[in-house]
Design a protein around this ligand. Sequence first.
Ligand code: UDP
Length: 326
Amino acid sequence: MKVLVTGGAGYIGSVATEELIRAGHDVVVFDNLSQGHRAAVHPQAKLVVGDLADIQAIHALFNEHKPEAVMHFAARSLVGESMQTPFLYLGENVTNGSNLLQVVLEHGVKRFILSSTANLFDNPAKIPIDETVQIIPGSPYGESKFFIERMLYWLDKTHGLRSACLRYFNAAGATAERGEDHNPETHLIPVALQVAQGKREKVTVFGSDYPTRDGTCVRDYIHVVDLAQAHILALEALHKGSRTYNLGNGAGFSVKEVIETARSITGQDIRAEYGPRRGGDVATLVAGSDKIRKELGWKPIRTDVRSIIQSAWKWHSKNPQGYSDR
Ligand code: UDP
């Protein structure tokens, strides 16, 4: 199938592209390279540099490449940033998603996969969080993804656009070729590994007074290849109807535990200090993923946080300057 991957030069999008190509699909990547890297795009994928704010550029992309399905990763995705500059999210993320969907409808594309988030579940009534838990976005970032989920709900009803909303918990880890390289880096695992590499002095733990076992936030870390596999399974099942899945391993690790594991893997004394809470963070986010396991037979392979961090460390050790090494 010919698949358009927006944000395919970014962390998760580039790994999804790699897995799509491995599964025999043709991929066109559309990315403005604001966070993504040219070197992250699989050599067999076609890269078109452009911005989803430019609806004419999206039309031209569809006219030229005629995708049969879309995987939409391109978006701003930082909870903390969204609390400080909400309109990058409530404005830009939502408008860009709506531009893309207008073009999808006009060109008659019927398959769409959305990269959604666990930040839809602020203060969840139960853990693990399955798809029945009430949606209360935790930040403007989560809200921006929810808006697009709602657009997809209506476009299914009005135009038969079949979609899958995949709500990821915390993507982490790397393949041999592709890993996490943001500038600035804000995610816990790469930040801790940068301290181990001597590229940063310390990691600040955002809050130590949460109602969790050690006072720090608990997250469900999922390997990026397992996430990518879920996208491919969802794509193959779309003809049977639209669907929504929460994606995680079902086990939570605290910020302290992640840093401790990173210390043990790297053999470095990663300096950590306690700071205030980061706006928009939820105490515990652990996924209930039974639905996708049952319906699509999804089975994550790299389930323990140690092997996930190990794969990230391998990539960071091989690419100490990230993609700029290439
Ligand atoms: N975190 C932290 N220090 C950092 C980066 C993150 O304490 O330098 C915490 C953050 O508050 C959250 C968890 O680590 O509780 C995971 O954050 P990350 O930004 O990696 O992913 P998110 O949960 O925002 O998707």
